[in-house]
Each structure stands twice: as C-alpha cells, then as structure tokens.
Design a protein around this ligand. Structure first.
Ligand SMILES: Cc1cc2nc3c(=O)[nH]c(=O)nc-3n(C[C@H](O)[C@H](O)[C@H](O)COP(=O)(O)OP(=O)(O)OC[C@H]3O[C@@H](n4cnc5c(N)ncnc54)[C@H](O)[C@@H]3O)c2cc1C
Length: 602
C-alpha cells in the first residue's frame, strides 16, 4: 500500500474513533443505540464498544475514499456530513430493517422516527471529516518531506495555455496551481467553451430527472482561483509561432494567446460514422444540453402518448432505444426505465405493457469494460426489468420514426440515444503531428505530443501509452484524463527545474456501473461487487469525486429526496416538444432541434 494511502487510512481510523466517541455519547444521551449494536440487542458496555469498533472501520474507509487534498476544513466538513448522511441511509434506514426482515425504511413517516439517529450520524461524519483533515495537516507540518509539492525558485514567467475545461484540462491546471502555489513565475490560462467542469458519470441521471443539471457542473473559475479563464472557442493552433487563437462568440474579434507550453485537452465528440440520418435523428449524451434535451423529449413524448388514440403511434412514442452497450449506454437505458416507470402514475392512459426499452449493441456482450460474470449479471438484471437487448447488431441509420438495423430490421421509435461512437476533437486535425486512425494525437509516455517538447496532450483527444499496461493506450475515461493532467503538470514543472520527466503510469481504481433501481456492478482492484452494495459504492465514490462542497451537498440532497418523492416531470424547455405542423399535431415525433445538432458539430 503506498505510504500516502496508509497515512490517510490511519488518520481516518483515528478520526473515526474521535467521531465515534461523540456519536456513542450522543446516542446514549438520547437513550438510543447505534444501528449495529441495536440490531444485536447489545446493552450499554458491549454496545458502546461495538459502536467504537464500527466507527473506526468507517473512519478508515472515509480516509481511503476521500483521500487528503489541501482543500481546507470546509470541504472536509461537508464530505464528512455527507458520509454520515449516507451511512444513516445505508444503516438505520436500509440494512437494519432489511436484516430484521422488514425491508428498507423509505417512507417519510418511518424516516421521521429515525431523525435523532440522523443527527448522531451527521455529527459523527462532521467530526470525522474535521479531525481527519486536522490530523493529516498536522502530520504534514511535522513531516514536510511527506508532502509532494516542490517549492520552485523565482525566475522569468512561463505561460502555460490549456485547451479544454474537462477532466484532463482542469486536472492539469489544479496540479499546476498546487505545484506553483507559492511561485508566481508560472502563468496558467485555461480556454474552454463551457465555463464548468461537467461531471459526466452523473449525466444519465440528469437525463432521467434524478439530478438537477447545474448540480453536476463545477464552475472552472471557482475550482481554479489562480488560473486565468477564457470562455471561448479555440479556432486555431500555430505551433511554429507558439500562439493559439480563440473567439468568445462567433461575432467577437479573435484573441491571440501566446504560450510556452500548450496542453491539448479538447476531449472527443460523437462519431456517427456517416450513417444515414443518424446525426439528425438521434440524441447524444456528451453535454448538459444533451441531457436536458433528452429529459424534456421523453417527458413530452409521455404527454403526447397519454392522449394519443392510434396504438401504432403510441407504441412508437413509448419505445426508447439506446445504441451502444458500454457504460454510458447501459447506464442510460437503465435510468430511462427508472424515469418512465417512476412517473407513469401521472399518465393514467399509458399501461406498462405499452412501454418498450431496447439496447442495441454490436458486440456479443454488454459492458466490455467489466469481466464477463459482472456483465452477465448486469444483462440479466436489466432483462428481468424489461429491457430488450439486441446483441451482435449494428445500427445502419435512423429516420424520424425508426432505428434502422444492419440486419434489415427496424425499431419503430422517436427516441434513439447514440452512445456507440466517439472521435477525438476534429480541431486537432490541423496540427502537424502524428495521429492514430481515429484522429487522436499520439503522445509519448511523458505526455508530450510526438515531435514536440512543449505541446502536451491528455484525455480523450490523445493516444497515451500507459507504462503500467505494457505501453498500451490508456482508455478514454475520466479517471485517466484526470491523472494524465496531473502528470503533465508535474512534467512541466520538472522540465522547468531540469529534472527528468516521468512517464504516465496509472492502475485504474476500477469500474462502477449504475443499473438503476438501487443496483449496480463494480469491479475495484479485481474485487467484484454487485447489487445494492455496489450501488452504494457507486454513489459514495462518485459523490466523493464530484468537485466542490456545494455540488456534493446538492447532489446528496437530490438523491435523498429521490428516495421519497417521484421524479419531476415539469417540462423545462418550450422548444423541445415542437411538432411538425404538416403531419398533424398529436401524432408526430418530438425531434431534436437544429440548433443542438449544429452546436454539437462545432
Ligand atoms: C455519459 C458519460 C458517462 C461517463 N461515465 C464515466 C465514468 O463513469 N467514469 C469515467 O471514468 N469516465 C466516464 N466517462 C468518460 C469521461 O467523461 C471522459 O473520458 C472524460 O470526460 C475525458 O476528459 P477530457 O478532459 O479528455 O475531455 P472532456 O471532459 O470531454 O473535456 C473537453 C473540454 O474541451 C472543451 N472544448 C471542446 N471543444 C472546444 C473548443 N473548440 N474550444 C474550447 N473548448 C473546447 C469542452 O467544453 C470541455 O470542457 C463518461 C462519459 C460520458 C459521455
């Protein structure tokens, strides 16, 4: 186990003990027992000892999951509060009644009766978070050699320009800010079309009305206080003169940004492989706009279907197809099913038997990112809930009314979500450098673009060899993009100081896939999890990764409310349910707006 992980686990365990002492005292003062001790019917002495042991284990897990970052006490307090809240939902609200043979306590009345224990759990979480941060900070003060950040000497200003505000770009800037926290010789500029970092793992939940759109987007300016931010589109890169041209709006004048180091982090865009009608008649899932457009489209279709007399038209309106059985497609179809079934009681004229959910996948099994056993589990769970799988099947095109399949079949639907293909950002085509067949910039292990010493590439727009995986290309995931960004920052600093550069080497933490209905599958460091535990892990891990105190709290609140209330069916955009007039209102599909297709192309 790396020394820093050991440090965080030990600090978490001690912090858990501190939180546990207060928790045990608070519970006893209220005449209550903690979940585990209460379940076993243990009396005061033994019950308190068990509480403390459980608190230490939960505290150590806190340290391992949240890890130490120099963010300050407030974010750690919020993480602790959320952690306590999640344990309250998992323990007294879910596991304890389930083990006692009563099923989860998820009604408002029953949850109300458990409010005193909620206070105890939140208090425990807050104290654990605070003492954890204090302990590690104290340790690093006493043993500064354990801190990784070097202090650089003063000198001439070096300009680093980062293109893209996703995981790769923000990861680079964050690490540079840490490395140069006490050194003004580095000027960091980040250019991005959107002024927030989009937390894509939760995007399907926005499309399914489970989360509010803004809650999964962290403003770049708030995350990067030392970085100059430009909300603009990159229009040209000139490696010879070392400048980048950007434009804030199509009518605004171009701005020229000179650089000493350039970081390419422009991500990828959907690839429709020139299949006829696909781009015009499918939804994608890459941006917040995509997710909100899809959500509104599905709800608008339910509104139409509820009053539609023609059974064939209704059937088409109530069929939802996803192309692509990777994690994005699988999570999306599961979320769609949860959304539609969860709000069906608002639509009395629609029967569950009229709904159809289809996942089309070209491979012979879904979730190739996972081992076959877990993928099979996911498939059988989703099939049991009514999702139809068309494996070994390719999409050949799409019309307003159907998905066309390569085997000659067709799926009549107005909803096709395309997650089956991505391509590196086309802007990179203009760069005089090596690219792979897909168009990704080829980078060295050090993340320098081949043939350049001062142009670096990270994330989905680059092909990056992973030293821990025999130099095979790192997969296009957020966890890789984030780590690649950190390595670029460290290598830029190393180059400045005349030190050797280090190659990118990262062993992925694991893969977690939510299957809706409080079920998930997870493979973490070779360990396999499925069902409710995996779902809880999914939520805990991704909540801890979501940037920013406020966003974590908002998402935790959305999730808690989602336990008790149905999803929101308010249509938030009037433009979405526009129906072509020529064919008669009430029988026609809800089509994607032209503006969105154009937006995606840019
Ligand atoms: C629905 C979905 C679910 C996912 N789930 C997971 C998951 O659970 N776990 C996981 O590890 N990965 C997941 N991923 C993959 C992950 O999101 C990507 O691998 C990751 O975002 C790549 O990071 P990046 O920085 O390369 O690109 P991005 O995050 O896509 O960022 C690209 C940035 O470039 C900006 N940009 C683009 N063009 C321009 C331009 N011309 N000018 C200026 N700025 C521009 C964009 O605004 C954006 O800020 C998921 C992806 C999707 C779509």
């Amino acid at each position: 186990m790396p020394a820093s992980v050991r440090r965080d686990v030990i600090a978490g365990a001690i912090a858990g003990l501190i939180g546990g002492l207060v928790f045990t005292w608070a519970m006893q003062a209220q005449g209550l027992r903690a979940a585990v001790a209460g379940l076993l019917g243990l009396m005061t002495g033994a019950g308190a000892a068990l509480d403390l042991v459980v608190s230490v284990v939960i505290g150590a897990t806190f340290g391992a999951i949240f890890r130490y970052q120099r963010l300050g006490y407030a974010p750690m307090l919020s993480s602790g509060v959320l952690y306590g809240l999640l344990w309250w939902i998992l323990g007294p609200l879910t596991l304890v009644p389930a083990l006692a043979g009563r099923g989860p306590t998820w009604t408002i009345q029953e949850a109300d009766a458990l409010l005193p224990s909620l206070v105890g759990h939140v208090l425990y979480g807050a104290l654990t978070g605070l003492s954890y941060y204090a302990l590690v900070t104290l340790y690093l003060r006493r043993a500064p050699e354990a801190a990784t950040e070097p202090v650089l000497a003063e000198g001439p200003v070096t300009r680093v320009v980062i293109l893209g505000g996703g995981f790769g770009g923000v990861g680079t800037a964050q690490r540079l800010e840490q490395l140069y926290s006490r050194d003004a010789t580095l000027e960091i500029t980040l250019v991005s079309q959107s002024n927030y970092l989009l937390f894509t793992p939760m995007l399907a939940e926005v499309a399914s009305s489970g989360l509010e759109a803004q809650h999964i987007s962290a403003p770049v300016r708030a995350a990067l206080p030392r970085t100059r931010f430009r909300r603009a589109e990159v229009t040209a890169i000139h490696p010879i003169t070392q400048i980048v041209r950007v434009r804030a709006t199509p009518s605004a004048p171009e701005e020229v940004l000179p650089y000493d180091h350039l970081v390419l982090a422009l991500g990828s865009i959907p690839n429709f492989y020139d299949l006829p009608g696909l781009e015009a008649h499918s939804f994608t899932l890459k941006t917040l706009q995509d997710a909100t457009l899809l959500r509104n489209h599905v709800i608008a279709l339910l509104e139409r279907a509820d009053v539609e007399p023609d059974p064939e038209v209704r059937r088409r309106q109530l069929t939802f197809a996803v192309a692509g059985g990777g994690f994005a497609g699988t999570e999306m179809i599961a979320e769609l099913l949860d959304l539609v079934h969860g709000v069906l009681h608002y639509y009395p004229n629609i029967g569950t038997g009229e709904l159809r959910f289809v996942l089309i996948h070209s491979g012979n099994r879904i979730l190739p990112e996972l081992s076959p056993g877990l993928a099979d589990y996911a498939l059988s769970k989703l099939e049991a809930r009514g999702i139809e799988f068309k494996l070994n099947t390719r999409v050949a095109g799409a019309t307003e009314e159907a998905v066309l399949l390569a085997d000659g079949g067709r799926v009549p639907t107005h909803t096709l979500i395309w997650t089956a293909g991505n391509q590196p950002h086309p802007m990179l085509q203009s760069l005089p450098c090596e690219r792979n067949r897909a168009g990704a910039v080829i980078a060295e292990g050090t993340l320098q673009v081949k043939g350049f010493t001062n142009i670096w590439a990270v994330g989905d727009c680059a092909q990056i060899p992973d030293a821990l995986n025999e130099g095979k290309p790192a997969p296009p995931t957020a966890q890789h993009a984030l780590r690649e960004g950190r390595v670029v920052a460290e290598n830029v600093a190393a180059l400045q100081r005349g030190q050797p550069l280090r190659p990118f080497a990262f062993r992925a933490v694991g893969t977690l896939v939510a299957l809706g209905h409080r079920t998930a599958v997870a493979e973490v460091r070779g360990w396999k999890f499925s069902g409710f535990l995996a779902w809880f892990m999914w939520r805990t891990v991704y909540l801890s990764k979501l940037p920013g105190l406020e966003k974590k709290l908002r998402v935790a609140l959305d999730w808690t409310l989602d336990l008790f209330f149905p999803r929101d069916i308010a249509l938030t955009s009037q433009s979405t349910p526009t129906l072509p007039q020529t064919l008669g209102v009430g029988t026609q599909p809800v089509t994607r707006s032209q503006s969105t297709a154009a937006e995606r192309k840019s």
